[in-house]
Design a protein. Structure first.
Length: 499
């Protein structure tokens, strides 16, 4: 199977997986709100985010493992692959044991935070059942997932994950309608997701000959701890908002944050899915010293990502408040219409997605140690600003902190790439940002100029869908015109399929 075929399969399966994730992600929280209320929904979101602090997947040591595998896989070096797999398995099993200790601490301490709203035992048991699948992920399947990804076979895991998501959604809805408790529902989810790492490990073990008799005389994953440091900072960044709101605000605000985050995170994951497989492909090019092809591929990816991010998030910014008004129409135990927060959190996630080409290139090159301080600074900015601003601005305060942090690292990574990997002019990045801003402003101007046309007649999904079509078509037209004006040569090459 060629590199291009693998890339196409990865992109298609990743996009399908993200679409399934998006649909299931909207369906289940709505059922949770209806059957259990905003407080329980906020509690589940909060616990999930607290457990997220132990998550060390692709962006941490996982990313280092994956990038270390590129060269031996390209050279069919079975011995080196085996050593990396053995070292990786040992590390992730240690993480699994750390997770057990962390869960025990959470079960002992966290219930006191919500003791005014929920019984101590109820919260402790809920933490335990939610953590089951996370433990299995690290103890059983993480290494094999990374091995498949590094070999550009990510489409295998996407197929497994998609099937699990659909099964989980169906089972949870049936259980809620049958009157099951939230603990029973979440335990079912955990047990279904345990099947994923088990199946991936079986597939990988049959495909690769891993020699487990090898003894490690030196560490084959040399930047492991640098990757760990980066991802700890990344996890702190991703979970700060929910934790700050849990400790310094209310569970109702956590629920409001969760609904908006559901929307923008869904858009973010769709955008990310369009770049899945690119890191493995670029890493393969680096391993084979294909410099000219590497630069051409990066240039195409950078332009495509900026265009896609601007289109997706400018549309999301216009549609998010109308969507939430429909999504929470009959929910009265919290105020879900917060436009300023909606725009800021959308802008923050757009800023995150704009860094994707630069971050992917850094990961493919294995520059973890060189860039780890930027990840730490990003997390510090988010924590500091969120804590300071939440007292005066609530939800809006944490959104400001998130945007400031993500904007900082996006600029840093673009500049780092220019100086240390591809030696590209920073003017490329600045031009992309300027064109992004022009396209977004043109869409907002069009919506503001014709408020009657861009309005929902009724607060229902059909009216929102009609509005989404209007906004989406307008945004597509604006993007087409803007790209022809500023990137005419690139557009022509894509139409004619020239390199």
């Amino acid at each position: 199977m060629t590199r291009k075929i693998k890339l196409k399969l990865n992109l298609a399966s990743s996009l399908l997986y993200q679409l399934i994730t998006l649909v299931c992600g909207f369906i289940l929280p709505r059922f949770f709100l209806s059957y259990y209320g905003s407080a329980v929904n906020g509690l589940v979101s909060s616990i999930t985010q607290f457990l997220g602090f132990i998550a060390l997947a692709e962006c941490g040591v996982g990313a280092v493992v994956q990038s270390t595998l590129y060269k031996p896989l390209a050279q069919n070096d079975t011995v080196s692959v085996s050593k990396i797999v053995i070292s990786s398995e040992r590390f992730f099993r240690k993480i699994a044991y750390i997770l057990l200790a962390y869960v025990a601490v959470l079960m002992a301490v966290y219930p006191f935070i919500t003791i005014d709203s929920f019984d101590y035992l109820f919260t402790a048991v809920l933490i335990l059942v939610i953590s089951v699948s996370t433990f299995a992920q690290y103890y059983i399947g993480m290494t094999y997932k990374l091995l498949l990804n590094a070999d550009q076979l990510g489409f295998i895991q996407y197929a497994v994950h998609s099937a699990a998501l659909i099964l989980n959604t169906v089972c949870c809805i049936l259980l809620m309608r049958a009157g099951a408790s939230i603990r029973t529902v979440k335990l079912t989810t955990s047990l279904i997701f345990v099947m994923q790492p088990v199946l991936l490990s079986v597939i990988a073990k049959r495909r690769y000959r891993i020699d487990r008799s090898l003894r490690l005389t030196e560490e084959p994953i040399r930047q492991k701890w640098n990757g760990l440091a980066q991802h700890i900072a990344s996890v702190v960044l991703g979970n700060t908002d929910t934790v700050v709101l849990t400790l310094l605000s209310t569970l109702e605000n956590v629920s409001v944050y969760g609904v908006y985050h559901l929307v923008v995170n869904g858009v973010k994951q769709l955008v990310v899915s369009m770049t899945n497989g690119m890191q493995a492909m670029l890493g393969n090019m680096l391993a084979k010293n294909e410099t000219e092809e590497l630069n051409r591929s990066f240039d195409r990816m950078e332009w495509a990502v900026h265009t896609l991010v601007t289109l997706a998030f400018s549309v999301a910014a216009v549609l998010i408040v109308p969507f939430v008004s429909v999504y929470t129409a009959d929910i009265t135990d919290a105020e879900y219409i917060v436009p300023a927060f909606a725009y800021l959190i959308t802008l923050a996630q757009a800023s995150y997605c704009l860094r994707l080409p630069y971050n992917i290139m850094v990961l493919a090159a294995g520059h973890y140690k060189q860039t780890q301080w930027s990840a730490i600074i990003e997390a510090v900015i988010n924590v500091a600003l969120s804590v300071v601003l939440v007292f005066h601005f609530g939800l809006i305060g944490v959104a400001i902190g998130t945007f400031a942090a993500m904007a900082y690292r996006t600029v840093y990574l673009a500049n780092y790439l220019k100086k240390n990997i591809l030696q590209r002019k920073i003017s490329h990045f600045i031009k992309h940002l300027a064109v992004d801003a022009i396209a977004a402003l043109l869409l907002f101007s069009a919506v503001s100029a014709f408020p009657g046309f861009y309005a929902m007649g009724h607060t229902d999904y059909l009216s929102w869908f009609v509005l989404a079509i209007k906004v989406g078509l307008t945004a597509l037209g604006i993007q087409a015109v803007v790209n022809v004006l500023f990137y005419g040569k690139k557009v022509k090459r894509r139409i004619t399929r020239k390199p």
